[in-house]
Unconditional design. Structure first.
Length: 177
């Protein structure tokens, strides 16, 4: 709040925000890197989409290293800009709005130094779905839903399915507090 945040929406930003109101959206925030778990989450989401589950995956972050195959996969995905979005240059203002529209933040990283997106999500009252690693437990405590650290795409897909059902019923873990 005391820094000078970037402002403005990306091209097509209004349409993106409107689509997030039509179905639950899972948000991932952070640079695309192998350890961040984007490929695992995408694998799990594909299972949900194949089953006809109406849910979006919105990824916000720059391209990192060793993710060329993932970038190609994202951009050529059949669900691209339908249920799958990757926003590389979101301003602080747009990111804050995305947090407010998302059903949950997904933090799938295999290792982190802190996990700032968890704090940002909680600040916006957004539910948190996180990999069960010590730093995420330290940051979010009982205010996040945790999936096993060692999970395969099928297991994560089942976890997301159960979480989405809890969210629809209004009985999911809240980040408030």
């Amino acid at each position: 709040e005391t820094s000078l945040p970037t402002t403005g929406l990306l091209a097509g930003g209004e349409a993106q925000l409107a689509s997030m109101e039509q179905q639950p959206s899972l948000l991932m925030v952070g640079t695309l890197e192998p350890r961040k778990g984007h490929a695992l989450v995408l694998d799990a989401m594909e299972r949900l989409w194949m089953a006809g589950r109406p849910v979006q995956l919105v990824i916000v972050g720059k391209q990192g290293w060793m993710v060329d195959e993932l970038v190609t996969r994202l951009r050529q995905h059949p669900e691209w800009e339908r249920h799958l979005y990757w926003l590389e240059g979101a301003s602080d203002e747009f990111l804050a709005t995305l947090y407010c529209k998302a059903a949950a933040l997904v933090a799938a990283s295999e290792g982190e130094g802190f996990g700032l997106p968890l704090v940002e999500a909680a600040r916006h009252g957004v539910a948190i779905i996180a990999r069960d690693i010590p730093v995420f437990r330290e940051v979010a405590g009982e205010h996040a839903a945790y999936f096993p650290a060692e999970v395969d795409p099928q297991g994560l897909s089942v976890y997301f399915e159960k979480w989405l059902d809890q969210h629809a019923a209004g009985c999911h873990v809240q980040s408030k507090g």
